[in-house]
Design a protein around this ligand. Structure first.
Ligand SMILES: C[S@@+](CC[C@H](N)C(=O)[O-])C[C@H]1O[C@@H](n2cnc3c(N)ncnc32)[C@H](O)[C@@H]1O
Length: 290
């Protein structure tokens, strides 16, 4: 019997939790700003003299960022054919991505290959083939927390780059709010899909140890978590659930741990502005060379 592809934790209620987080955090807006600031020049260089361009997105989720990236590449090279391969472990998010593609008219010219599986299964499939497809641009946006082995994953996807290609990894910044929260409370938080918390520091250490060339760009972002400190606020509860990867933050820990997490969120991960608690969710964009 064929082995069933491993799914990610992004199914059912966790998809809603993630969508709620995206609406509240402004994360996609911050990433889009970085894409628009840095990718036009990168794309001109990556695509110079090429007669076709191949893009791979790993952990693309609902594809909101992919659509923007592909549209930008298309507008940079309007006459060059582009292909897109998507490696995504959530069927539900892939369905959302397909629906988004269907209503984005400029993307109808781009053939999509959907690999609905975790990156680990994709690696196995590619390794079993003789003809390996290579890519001009590969991106992993907010997904590298979930892969089994960071070093092997980076090494493998970097090896799929064509001449002049780039691998873009977007991840929480080292010493940002998420990094501080998850590293301080790793024993309590790293118990489900994420067993080892990673931020840009771990990715860069890995790139250095593999001797890979890269550039790093900061992506500033912050969002209001004031409501997390009001136990009767549904918004606060939903944010806390997503930020601690729990179904119900208030049912999940001892009162001491909950109080410790809330204290850390307020005093070490945030700044206060006009009486509001503003969480530092700075990200990092790392462009790895072929
Ligand atoms: C935080 S979401 C980010 C989604 C999207 N890149 C974005 O920024 O909106 C993480 C995504 O990675 C996917 N994922 C998790 N582990 C994966 C793996 N091993 N291989 C491929 N995708 C994975 C999840 O299903 C989810 O869509």
């Amino acid at each position: 019997m064929a082995e069933e592809a491993k799914q990610t934790c992004y199914e059912g209620s966790s998809v809603q939790s993630f969508q709620f987080y995206l609406e509240h955090s402004g994360e996609h807006g911050a990433i889009l700003q970085c894409v628009n600031d840095h990718l036009p020049a990168e794309f001109k260089r990556i695509g110079a003299g090429k007669s076709s361009l191949d893009v791979l997105g790993a952990g693309s989720g609902g594809g909101e960022m992919d659509v923007q990236i592909l549209t930008l590449l298309q507008s940079t090279f309007p006459t060059v054919p582009i292909t897109a391969d998507i490696v995504e472990g959530s069927t539900q998010l892939t369905d959302n991505f397909k629906a988004l593609v269907a209503k984005t008219s400029n993307l109808q010219k781009i053939p999509f290959s959907w690999h609905i599986m975790g990156s680990e299964d994709f690696v196995k499939q590619v390794k079993a083939k003789k003809d390996v497809k290579k890519f001009d641009f590969i991106h992993m946006i907010q997904m590298i927390y979930y892969v089994d082995n960071l070093a092997d994953t980076i090494k493998f996807f970097q090896s799929l780059l064509k001449n002049n290609g780039r691998l873009m990894i977007i991840i929480e910044a080292t010493n940002g709010g998420w990094d501080t929260l998850w590293k301080t409370y790793h024993k309590d938080l790293c118990v489900h899909a994420i067993t080892e918390y990673r931020s840009s520091g771990e990715v860069i250490a890995c790139l250095k140890s593999q001797g890979l060339k890269y550039e790093e760009h900061a992506i500033p972002n912050s969002y209001d978590i004031t409501e997390c400190f009001d136990p009767s606020s549904p918004t606060g509860q939903r944010l806390l659930n997503f930020m601690t990867a729990q179904d119900d933050f208030h049912q999940s820990y001892t009162p001491e741990i909950r109080a410790g997490i809330l204290d850390l969120l307020r005093n070490k991960c945030s700044t206060e502005k006009d009486g509001r608690v503003i969480f530092n969710s700075a990200l990092s964009c790392i462009l790895v060379h072929a």
